[in-house]
Design a binder for this molecule. Structure first.
Ligand code: GAF
Length: 385
C-alpha cells in the first residue's frame, strides 16, 4: 500500500521535476475538553492525532517559496521570503504559511527559498485543525532548515500570530501548540495563560473515537470572532483581565450589567475551565464516571450557553451517550458550528458503538457520518532519518 509519504514525495517530483531533500510532518488535533477557553487564558486538554500534514521540501538558491497543495487539486502559490509578504487572492489557503513567513521575517530571521509539496490526511473542514497542522509543519521546517532555534511554543505562537494577523481568525493557542508539542499516548493539559503544559496518559483501555458529523461548517470565522469579543466584554464588565480570573460569584454579581447572551458566554468559559482541570484528574485516576459527567456537562454548556453546536452534532452526542454506561465520555470537539464529536470509549466497545450510531444518524439527518479511531500522537517533527 502506498503511504502518504510516498505520495507527497511523488507529488514533489512531478510538480518540481526534482527530488525532495527533506520531509516534515505536523499532526492535527482533537480536543478532549476545554472549548473556547484558550483565548480566555484558560485550560484545554487536547491530543495530537495520527492524521496530519506532510511537507516534502528542497531548498533553493534564491529566496522564493513555492508551494503545491496536493489536497487542493495541486493548487500552487509562490512568494519571495522578504517583507512585505502579500496575500494571494486566488489561493486563500496559502495565507496560513505566507503569514508564518511574515512573522518570522518580522522577528528578524532570514529565510532560505524552498520548493514545497504538501499533502495531508486530516479530514478537511472537520474542525480537526488541518490548517494549524499545515502552518505548524511549515514553521517547523523553516525552523530546522534555517536553524532558527525556536522552541515548540515559539513555533506555535508564530503560527497563531500568522492566523490572527494574516488569515483573519482570532484563534487562541490550542491548535498550534498541541500540533507543535503533542506527546505520543498523551493528552496535554495546557495552561493558556502561560503556555505551560503537562502530559496526561490516555488509559490503555480507552479508544479516542472521532465522529465527523459531515455538517459543513458555516460562518465559522465570524461567529468565532463574535464569541471572542463577547468573552472580552464580559471580562471588562467584571473588571478582570481575562475570564480565567473570573468566578461564578463575580459573574452573578455582575449579571445585571451585561446582556443575557454575554452572561451565558462567560458562564460557559468559567465552568469549562474547572471541568477541564477536573477531567485531566479523572483521566489520571481512570474515573470514567466522572469523565462521562464532565464531558456531558461540557457539551450542554456549549449547546445552551456558548451556542456553538448544531442539531446534528447534538444528536450524535446523544446517540453515542446511549451506548456508554458511564464508562467513557462524549462531546462536541473544536470551535463548533459543525465538525466533529469526540468520544472516549472502551476499546472493546468502539466498533459496536460506531455500528450502532451511523444508521440512526443517517435516517434523521440524511448525512453519512464517518468514524475515525485515532491515536494520541507526537508533535511536529522532521521525518528525515
Ligand atoms: C478553534 C480555535 F482555533 C482554537 O484556538 C480554540 O479556540 C477552539 O476553536 C475552541 O476551543 O479550534
Amino acid at each position: 500500500m502506498k503511504t502518504i509519504i510516498q505520495d507527497v514525495a511523488a507529488l514533489f517530483e512531478t510538480h518540481f521535476n526534482a527530488l525532495h531533500e527533506v520531509l516534515f510532518h505536523a499532526p492535527g488535533r482533537v480536543n478532549l475538553i476545554g472549548e473556547h477557553t484558550d483565548y480566555n487564558n484558560g485550560f484545554v486538554l487536547p491530543c495530537a492525532i495520527d492524521r496530519g500534514t506532510y511537507l516534502a521540501i528542497k531548498t533553493r538558491e534564491d529566496n522564493l517559496i513555492r508551494v503545491v497543495a496536493g489536497n487542493l487539486s495541486n493548487a500552487a502559490s509562490e512568494w519571495p521570503a522578504s517583507l512585505p509578504v502579500e496575500h494571494d487572492k486566488n489561493n486563500a489557503w496559502a495565507d496560513y504559511i505566507r503569514g508564518v513567513t511574515e512573522q518570522l521575517l518580522k522577528q528578524g530571521h532570514t529565510l532560505k527559498g524552498m520548493d514545497i509539496a504538501v499533502l495531508g490526511n486530516v479530514p478537511q473542514g472537520a474542525g480537526l485543525s488541518s490548517s494549524a497542522s499545515f502552518s505548524v509543519g511549515f514553521a517547523t521546517a523553516c525552523n530546522a532548515i534555517n536553524t532558527l532555534g525556536l522552541s515548540p511554543t515559539e513555533v506555535a505562537l508564530c503560527c497563531q500570530a500568522a492566523e490572527n494577523e494574516f488569515a483573519g481568525c482570532n484563534c487562541g493557542i490550542m491548535d498550534q501548540l498541541i500540533s507543535a508539542a503533542g506527546e505520543a499516548g498523551h493528552a496535554l493539559l495546557i495552561n493558556c495563560g502561560d503556555y505551560s503544559y503537562e502530559p496526561y496518559a490516555i488509559p490503555e483501555d480507552l479508544a479516542i473515537m472521532i465522529i465527523d458529523s459531515k455538517v459543513k461548517r458555516g460562518l465559522v470565522d465570524s461567529e468565532y470572532n463574535t464569541r471572542r469579543k463577547q468573552c472580552e466584554e464580559a471580562a471588562l464588565i467584571m473588571g478582570v483581565s481575562s475570564l480565567r480570573d473570573a468566578t461564578l460569584s463575580l459573574l452573578a454579581e455582575s449579571k445585571n450589567k451585561m446582556t443575557d447572551e454575554v452572561f451565558r458566554r462567560a458562564k460557559h468559559v468559567i465552568t469549562e475551565n474547572q471541568r477541564t482541570i477536573d477531567a485531566a484528574e479523572a483521566l489520571a485516576n481512570k474515573n470514567y464516571t466522572l469523565l462521562n459527567k464532565l464531558m456531558a456537562e461540557s457539551h450542554i454548556s456549549m449547546r445552551d450557553d456558548f451556542e456553538v453546536t448544531t442539531s446534528q452534532i447534538d444528536l450524535l452526542v446523544d446517540l453515542v451517550g446511549e451506548h456508554l454506561d458511564n464508562d467513557g465520555g462524549v462531546r462536541m470537539t473544536g470551535g463548533g458550528f459543525g465538525g466533529c464529536v469526540v468520544a472516549l470509549v472502551p476499546k472493546v466497545k468502539a466498533e459496536a458503538i460506531s455500528n450502532a450510531i451511523l444508521k440512526p444518524y443517517k435516517e434523521a439527518t440524511n448525512l453519512d457520518a464517518e468514524t475515525h479511531i485515532c491515536l494520541a500522537s507526537a508533535g511536529a517533527a522532521s521525518l528525515n532519518t
